[in-house]
Design a protein around this ligand. Structure first.
Ligand code: FNR
Length: 187
């Protein structure tokens, strides 16, 4: 089965290395029977619960896109050892209005890249606790901590190093198995 995966990229930067990683994953995804489609988050205002009475179209569109995806992939940088505000804001939007959490039961996976050796590990750990609260079953293993080195991933998602291609492909296949298991589990 081919699964449609909605992707939230946690960086709004035009030259984001995490968007490059997303493009690399998109190119490798067919080998794992996955189709990756970005769900944009850049136009979301900062969430507050006054919006809940009359949810704006930009929030409803985000929720509809998440709910319409078989699974969600979060590709994120680490900001100050945590989740970038733009991504946290998108998760807050998707969790509301109260009682309509779009992540409920939705399989997810987290991956990210940074120039530092820690490779977004701390941000991903924080993200996992948010996804747990949102009741989204996350891919536990393998973890995906990608250290960006010069030339590793081009702007159009070409990966120059064979072992990284192999790792990302294996990782996507594990995500496919996780989605299949989650979606076929009996409630
Ligand atoms: C960073 N960076 C960073 N890197 C890291 O490994 N751990 C961290 O805690 C932080 N903190 C941090 C805070 C802020 C505000 C910025 C702008 C950057 C560096 C970061 O990994 C680098 O800028 C990446 O290029 C960011 O990812 P994108 O936006 O290029 O995808």
């Amino acid at each position: 089965t081919t699964y449609n995966v909605g992707v939230l990229v946690g960086s709004l930067s035009q030259k984001s290395i995490n968007r490059n990683l997303f493009r690399a994953l998109s190119r490798l995804a067919p080998a794992a029977d996955l189709t990756l489609t970005e769900i944009p988050i850049a136009d979301l205002p900062l969430y507050n619960h006054d919006y809940d009475d009359d949810y704006p179209e930009v929030g409803t569109a985000l929720k509809t896109a998440i709910e319409g995806s078989d699974a969600i992939l979060l590709v994120t940088p680490e900001y100050n050892r945590s989740v970038p505000g733009a991504l946290k804001n998108a998760l807050d939007w998707s969790s509301r209005p109260w009682g309509t959490n779009s992540f409920q039961g939705k399989p997810s996976a987290v991956i990210g890249t940074s120039p530092g050796a820690v490779g977004t590990a701390v941000a991903q750990q924080h993200l996992r606790s948010i996804l747990s609260f949102l009741a989204s079953p996350e891919l536990a293993q393998p973890e995906g901590y990608i250290q960006t080195t010069p030339g590793l991933i081009s702007e159009d998602g070409d990966v120059s190093d064979d072992s990284t291609v192999e790792f990302l492909t294996t990782w996507l296949k594990a995500f496919h198995r996780h989605i299949a298991k989650t979606l076929t589990a009996v409630d």
